[in-house]
Design a protein around this ligand. Structure first.
Ligand code: HEM
Length: 333
């Protein structure tokens, strides 16, 4: 029997805040995550992908689901200007994961494991804050510390939790979408062939289509912020809502022939995979940049890509995850 730890999901979590507090906290981080500021992650992601595909060139086989998580981890570590030595300690713990606690078969053990992961992550961020406080850098964390020292804009707890939300929110979601990128391109060789003809031009459309077709979350939880009526239903202010992302992503009024996987759709018609409204994903520009470089790397460095086994979708609440994604390919330099 495992030892029970107290739940550590904090009330300050940005996803749980609404109104003025939510706007205040969100605005402190949003400028660091604009499409322009995330450009620097592209070469890092490209190089990690090429190196992963080259590492397995001999056998031409590996399980994407198992090996891909390290890439968004290293990309976000580099993006947030965290030293690899600083990050190594937490990487191992995060690989243990918290995702198992979001399923129908949650046990005390999976719950304790998830709580231990969150606790370790927040402790790691707490140490990082002290390190930047004594040696400031030109990075997001140092700017958030300045807002905290200002006294009004951010409390210490809010600072730790916001940075933990950004760091923690960047990895499992992106690795799940990277896996789906491999999965859908292996399943649709005609579309992969098309992408190969012009990866720079088509990588954006490819990623928007994977996001639409195979979202990392199939639902998001929100609250109505006012009495309102939608789709013929009435909602009271504060009423909890579950918004099913998979539905609008396959709405024929928005996407013609929605069950067809087609990388040439207009990439400016966004799906609902990053949600919508005030809690719209803060890291979407970073995730999109990483995923576009993943799609381009698959096009450039693989030939004859195929699945060696049909993955199984795991029973989870809200999140879409496969158990494994084993592939075979020929490596192309
Ligand atoms: C493809 C990968 C990703 C997907 C599919 C995704 C999806 C989402 C979704 C659906 C929400 C809204 C949840 C809600 O409505 O309550 C959200 C919020 C959020 N995401 Fe992402 N995300 C991804 C990557 C990232 C990355 C890379 C970061 C950090 C750099 C990040 C940080 C956040 C944060 C901080 C929020 C909370 C925003 C708020 O409540 O105002 N996400 N994400």
């Amino acid at each position: 029997m495992s030892q029970t730890t107290a739940p550590v999901i904090p009330l300050h979590s940005i996803g749980a805040l609404n109104g003025a507090d939510h706007r205040r906290i969100r605005s402190l981080a949003s400028r660091a995550l604009t499409p322009r500021s995330v450009e620097k992650v592209r070469p890092v992601t490209r190089e990690h992908l090429r190196s992963l595909l080259e590492r397995h060139a001999d056998t031409g086989e590996f399980d994407v689901r198992k090996e891909i998580t390290l890439i968004p981890f290293m990309s976000v570590v580099s993006f947030l200007d965290i030293d690899m030595e600083e990050a190594a300690s937490i990487g191992q713990q995060m690989a243990g994961g918290a995702a198992d606690a979001f399923g129908p078969n949650v046990t005390q053990e999976t719950r304790d494991k998830a709580n231990a992961t969150f606790a370790a992550l927040m402790e790691f961020v707490g140490d990082l804050v002290e390190s930047r406080r004594s040696k400031p850098r030109d990075d997001l964390l140092t700017r958030l510390i300045a807002a905290e020292e200002d006294g009004h804009r951010l409390s210490r707890d809010e600072l730790i939790v916001l940075f933990t939300n950004i760091f923690g929110g960047a990895i499992e979601t992106t690795s799940s979408m990277m896996t789906s990128t491999f999965l859908e391109l292996a399943r649709h060789p005609d579309q992969l062939e098309l992408l190969r003809q012009d990866p720079e031009e088509l990588k954006r459309g490819t990623v928007e289509e994977v996001l639409r077709y195979r979202p990392a979350f199939y639902a998001s939880g929100n609250k109505a912020n006012a009495d309102t009526e939608a789709a013929g239903l009435r909602f009271e202010a504060g009423e909890p809502l579950s918004i099913i992302i998979g539905g609008p992503n396959r709405d024929p009024a928005r996407f013609s022939d929605p069950d067809r996987f087609d990388i040439t759709r207009d990439p400016t018609t966004w799906s609902f995979t990053f949600s919508m409204g005030p809690h719209f994903c803060l890291g979407q520009a970073l995730a999109r940049a990483e995923l576009q470089e993943t799609a381009a790397a698959i096009a450039r460095h693989t030939r004859d890509l195929e699945l060696t086994e049909e993955p199984k979708w795991l029973a989870r609440v809200m999140v879409n995850h496969v158990d494994r994604c084993p592939i075979r390919y020929r490596f192309e330099l």
